[in-house]
Each structure stands twice: as structure tokens, then as C-alpha cells.
Design a protein around this ligand. Structure first.
Ligand code: CUA
Length: 649
């Protein structure tokens, strides 16, 4: 019906392309043809608009969870409207969510501090949704922080970050956070090699002492947290591990990681030697790491390995001799490593190659089972034959990076240098391909349910690193550009450009919206989102109070339209103050905020939520506190005073 109307409209306005000398400044007409003429739109534009425009009150069909890059957050975006729904704070403070500004979430951020240093940012690379039987289950999302080697757990019940674990072995990560098909593990592998557990060693010891690692974080689905005690790792050579993916279906139990620096280059140090980029690209091939993690799990269960910095690690010599780790040559300086939906193939994109390579899991497995190796690497890891391990290669273009999949047997590869998205058949290689120009320099790419055993097709998003002329100029630092591509028809069609104005995104995933079931309010009243239970400090209406114990003051405060109770607090300079805040609201979207002027405190009080703020009242004076959310007609009146009486002298 809707299509018929559009067709009629398009027919009505066919042949009414804007005249080159159309008068400007005239009042626009209100019919479609006049609007098209006035705005210089063609039929393809109208079609793209009809595919993406989402009227007020109508919800999107899909939700993207995008990496926020060095914004340290996750961006939630509706598809097809491409409307940004929420930024989820993960590795850095964020005032609107009251994250890291005095409340309970400070403890989550503090968990991520490394080596006695406060780390208050992160470089989010690869969000990964939790899976059940290889399909997104909509329960959790995990992200890695490349800059500080950490992994965070976000609960999709309330879209809040619940845990940050720090990698005890490596200093930077990249191949993560990838989940195994039933979220048994969240895999995080290293990027830049360094001595494990941050022991000092000069670069001249690079080959002997620098290492990578793959950490298998054990996820406890019941608790919704990573179980650090039950997590373990595999030591890897200093080959600069890059992207990774977990096997699925036939390849379940295996993990694949590629590498870009098997040359083991480490720069010139100003000595006139070639820079790292030259050394690291010298060889024609690097190594795809093939890890049999079920075999590794068995070794861990037998008590093998050693404990390094609190984590059980299977040493390189052991994983090499047990063939837990095997290598296959892969085209020069690869980047993306993506397992096909049926688990039979592993697609690797070589940045400096014009092909994607499809490795065939059944061939790899057969070679390993037969013990047919071509030799060993410098660390004794067995190497498989390249030709004997592949399904084939596909000519793609200059700089293929990442590959995603649809429901019809097609792969979509982002091609960085050519600025194209290339659609190709990963089962029958060397068929004609379709290429779509994007703007510009596409990095990652994502597809609807693209990492599951059953991708949905329909939508692909090119995550472009550059925007240049796509948007109004905003100074020399430009937003990145997410371009939504409709892949449901015989030809790919670009339908929407979304500027991303905070951080440089890397990977993203897109989930069917009806798989997400977020809560509307915290129940029962007084629920602490970080313990998922009613906090002992929660207060009921009528029980609000201030308790003094020496120099410690506990304030049990309720929050409801449009007042705080108590609404003034007398303390002495130097007192330690703990505010126990309970929102008594039970109405959806009735959020309050709580900020104390000059004390760097701001929390968000969603309905039913408990928050706890502890600080030393070291600055004397009169400090208003107030509600930072426009909650009611009397929002402005929702305030009170913290009175800090100066100590004598
Ligand atoms: Cu409560 Cu504004």
C-alpha cells in the first residue's frame, strides 16, 4: 500500500528535476514535486528517504551497538532511522549518566585503574553482543579498551557498565572482545608486544622476552560478570596480534587471530634503521594463529601452565608442542579475520594485498589431525601449508579490511584505499563482484545480525574514517561517517549518512530490536544497579535521617518529585560524608539528578535506583545541591544545601 503511494508520487514528480536556474529564496511548495525541486532531490534520494524515514513514535527495527573509539563509550543507534539513542559510558566519566562523578560507578571505573595509575579514558574497539547457540541473545555486550588492555561488561537490562577487568599480562589489546558461541568466554588478545606482566626488558631482548597473549575471560552468565579466577591465557609470540574471531558450528572450540609483525620489527630509535612500518611489511606473509581452545581448556583443567600476575598462563612452548597453537601463512599485514556464518570459512583481508583469503576450516583441521606441517616458526610452533589450508582467494581491490555476511551467501568487504564496499560470494569464489563507492576510507563494516549463525541481510553499514565534504565544516577535526546501505535488492543502495561526533568508532554490531528487553524502572525500590539487589543503605519514605558517628556522617536521603529529604545537611569541615540516595519514583522516565556544587559530584537517579556518594567535606562554605534533570514544573525548586562549618584555626 505504502509502496503504491510512493510509486504514484514518484510518477507524479518524474520529469520535474530542478531547473538549473531555479529561483532561490522563494517559499518552498508543499507538494512532493515542489519540495524535490526546491531541495534538489532526485528519485533515488526520495527512495532512500522512504526506506529510512521513521515517523515520530515509530520504533526502529534494529539497534546498532557501535564502538565509541577513544570516546571510551558505546553508541546506540536505531536502524533504519540512524537516530542516535544513547551513549553508554564505559571507560570514562559521563555526566548525564552520572557515571564516574562521585557515585557507585566510581568503583567500576576504579576497577580498571592500572599499576597505581588512574586511567580515565579508553579506546573502545570491538563491541560484541552475548550469544546463545551462536545467535545474539540481547543480554550483555562486551567491549575492549585497546589503550589500556581492559574488557568491560555492559548489562543490556539497564544499559549500564557493570564490570571492568584489566588484562594482567599485556599492555594493549585489539583482538577482542569476541565471544564464543554460548558466551562461555570473552576472548581478548594482545596488540603490541611487550614483556608479559609489564616486566622491564630492553628492545634488544625483543625476540626473547617480548610476547603477546590471548586471554580467555570466563563469563558467568548467571551473575552477569566475568569470573576472573576461572579465566586463563595462552602465551603468544611477539608477532603483533590483530583481529580475531571465534569459530562457530563446525569450528566451535577454535579461535582465529591474525598478526601483522612476524618480522618482529620495533622501530629505528633514531638510528637511521628503517621505521617499524617498513620492517613489519617486509615479508610476503604473516601468520594466522589457529587456537584449539578446547584443548587449552583441558590443559588448564589438568593444572598445566604457570601463574603470572595472578592469571594462569599456558606457556608458548607447551601450546606449541601440544598443537594448541598452529600457524598458517596469511597475506602480508592482514587486518580483518571473520568466520563465515556456517563456521566453515575464515575470511582474512590483507591490507597490502588486493585479495581476501578464505581459509577452509575442514582442511585446517584435517592437516592438524594428520600432523602434516611444513615446518616450525622461531618459537617451535607448527606451520600449515597455505595452499593446502584455503578455499581460495577473491580479487577485491586495494586494501580490503573487514568482512561481514548476509543471509544469501554474500560477503561484504570494506576496502580502505579504494573507498568501496565490495559484495562477493564466499562459497563460489571469483564470480563477478559488485562494488559500491562510499565516502570515504571505510574501516570496519557491519551487517544486521552479521556475526551470528543466521545473519539477516537487508542492512550493511560502512564505518568511514573520513567525511571531508559530506557535512557542514566544523573545523579541522571532522566527524566520522556511518553510511547505511540497503543490501536487500539486486543492487546495493546508499541510503543515509550519520556523522559520529565523539571518538573514532571501530567495530559495531547490529541486533534485531525485539531481542532487547531493557527494564523500565529499578524494582524493588532501592535497587543498587551494581549489586542487582536492594541496597542495605536504601531508605523508605518517612525513614529519611542523618546519622553522625564521630566524624562520619551518613545521610539517608529520598528523592521524589520535587524534593530531596532531608534537604539540608549540616557537617563540619573534614567530616567524611556518605549520602545514601534512594529514588522513590516508580514512573517510567521520571529521572532526577543529584549534583553538589563545587564538589565534582553528579549522579543520575532513575526511578527506583539507589546511589551512594562518599566524600570528605574538606572545603568549608555553603554548597547548594540540586536536581540536574528537568523532572517537573517544580524542578528548579528541587534543591537543598550542604553546609560545611569551618574548623577553627
Ligand atoms: Cu528532579 Cu529536576
Amino acid at each position: 500500500m505504502r509502496l503504491a503511494i510512493l510509486t504514484t508520487l514518484l510518477a507524479a514528480c518524474a520529469g520535474s528535476a530542478p531547473a538549473p536556474d531555479a529561483p532561490t529564496g522563494a517559499a518552498p511548495g508543499q507538494d512532493l514535486a515542489s519540495i524535490m525541486k526546491d531541495r534538489g532531490l532526485n528519485e533515488a534520494d526520495i527512495l532512500a528517504a522512504a526506506k529510512t524515514y521513521t515517523p515520530s513514535g515509530k520504533h526502529d527495527e534494529y539497534v546498532i551497538f557501535a564502538s565509541g573509539g577513544h570516546g571510551g563509550n558505546i553508541i546506540t543507534i536505531g536502524v533504519p532511522s540512524m537516530r542516535i539513542l544513547k551513549y553508554i559510558a564505559v571507560f570514562g566519566a559521563e555526566p548525564w549518566q552520572g557515571y564516574g562523578l562521585g557515585g557507585e560507578s566510581d568503583k567500576i571505573l576504579a576497577e580498571g585503574n592500572q599499576g597505581g595509575k588512574v586511567i580515565n579514558w579508553g579506546d573502545v574497539h570491538h563491541p560484541n553482543l552475548s550469544e546463545t547457540n551462536g545467535d545474539y541473545d540481547g543480554k550483555f555486550i562486551f567491549v575492549n579498551d585497546k589503550a589500556n588492555a581492559r574488557v568491560a561488561v555492559v548489562d543490556l537490562a539497564d544499559f549500564n557498565t557493570k564490570q571492568i577487568v584489566k588484562n594482567p599480562l599485556v599492555m594493549s589489546d585489539h583482538g577482542g572482545a569476541f565471544v564464543t558461541p554460548n558466551t562461555e568466554y570473552v576472548v581478548e588478545s594482545s596488540q603490541y608486544a611487550a614483556p608479559l606482566a609489564n616486566v622491564y626488558a630492553p628492545l634488544s631482548d625483543y625476540d626473547a622476552k617480548y610476547r603477546g597473549a590471548a586471554v580467555f575471560w570466563k563469563f558467568d552468565k548467571e551473575k552477569g560478570r566475568i569470573d576472573q579466577e576461572a579465566s586463563w591465557a595462552i602465551e603468544l609470540p611477539p608477532y603483533g596480534q590483530d583481529l580475531a574471531d571465534a569459530g562457530k558450528l563446525v569450528s566451535d572450540g577454535w579461535v582465529f587471530i591474525n598478526s601483522w609483525n612476524t618480522e618482529r620489527g620495533f622501530g629505528s630509535g633514531g638510528t637511521g634503521q628503517p621505521p617499524l612500518e617498513a620492517t613489519a611489511t617486509k615479508n610476503d606473509t604473516d601468520y594466522l594463529h589457529v587456537i584449539n581452545y578446547k584443548a587449552a581448556e583441558k590443559l588448564i583443567a589438568e593444572g598445566k601452565g604457570e601463574v603470572i600476575n595472578g592469571m594462569r598462563v599456558l606457556p608458548l612452548a607447551l601450546v606449541a608442542s601440544e598443537h594448541v597453537l598452529t600457524f598458517i601463512p596469511e597475506p602480508k599485514s592482514p587486518h580483518g579475520c571473520d568466520v563465515t556464518p556456517d563456521g566453515t570459512g575464515i575470511v582474512v583481508g590483507g591490507k597490502l594485498d588486493t585479495h581476501t583469503t578464505v581459509f577452509e576450516f575442514s582442511k585446517i583441521k584435517a592437516l592438524i589431525e594428520k600432523g602434516e606441517y611444513t615446518g616450525v616458526d622461531a618459537y617451535g610452533v607448527s606451520v600449515l601449508d597455505f595452499q593446502g589450508s584455503i578455499r581460495g582467494q577473491q580479487e577485491i581491490g586495494l586494501g580490503p579490511l573487514h568482512t561481514v555476511f548476509d543471509d544469501k551467501g554474500f560477503a561484504y568487504t570494506s576496502v580502505f584505499l579504494d573507498s568501496t564496499v565490495v559484495k562477493w560470494d564466499y562459497n563460489h569464489l571469483n564470480q563477478p563482484v559488485e562494488s559500491l563507492s562510499v565516502q570515504y576510507n571505510v574501516g570496519h563494516i557491519l551487517a544486521a545480525e552479521g556475526d551470528t549463525v543466521s545473519p539477516d541481510g537487508h542492512w550493511v553499514v560502512a564505518m568511514n574514517k573520513m567525511a571531508q565534504d559530506r557535512f557542514l565544516p566544523v573545523g579541522p577535526l571532522l566527524p566520522q561517517n556511518f553510511q547505511l546501505i540497503d543490501v536487500s535488492g539486486p543492487k546495493m543502495q546508499l541510503t543515509y549518512d550519520l556523522p559520529i561526533p565523539l571518538g573514532e568508532p571501530h567495530y559495531s554490531q547490529m541486533i534485531k530490536a525485539d531481542k532487547l528487553h531493557p527494564i523500565e524502572i529499578y524494582t524493588p525500590i532501592g535497587t543498587n544497579p551494581y549489586t542487582d539487589s536492594v541496597d542495605p543503605g536504601a531508605v523508605a519514605s518517612g525513614k529519611e535521617r542523618i546519622e553522625r558517628n564521630g566524624t562520619h556522617v551518613d545521610v539517608y536521603m529520598s528523592v521524589i518529585r520535587s524534593h530531596f529529604a532531608p534537604d539540608y545537611i549540616d557537617v563540619n569541615q573534614g567530616d567524611t560524608v556518605t549520602l545514601h540516595l534512594t529514588s522513590l519514583e516508580q514512573a517510567y522516565d521520571q529521572t532526577h539528578g543529584f549534583a553538589i556544587d563545587m564538589y565534582n559530584v553528579n549522579v543520575s537517579m532513575e526511578p527506583g535506583k539507589y546511589e551512594e556518594i562518599t566524600f570528605v567535606a574538606d572545603r568549608a562554605g555553603v554548597f547548594p545541591f540540586y536536581c540536574t534533570e528537568f523532572c517537573s514544573a517544580l524542578h528548579l525548586e528541587m534543591m537543598g544545601y550542604l553546609l560545611v562549618k569551618p574548623t577553627k584555626g
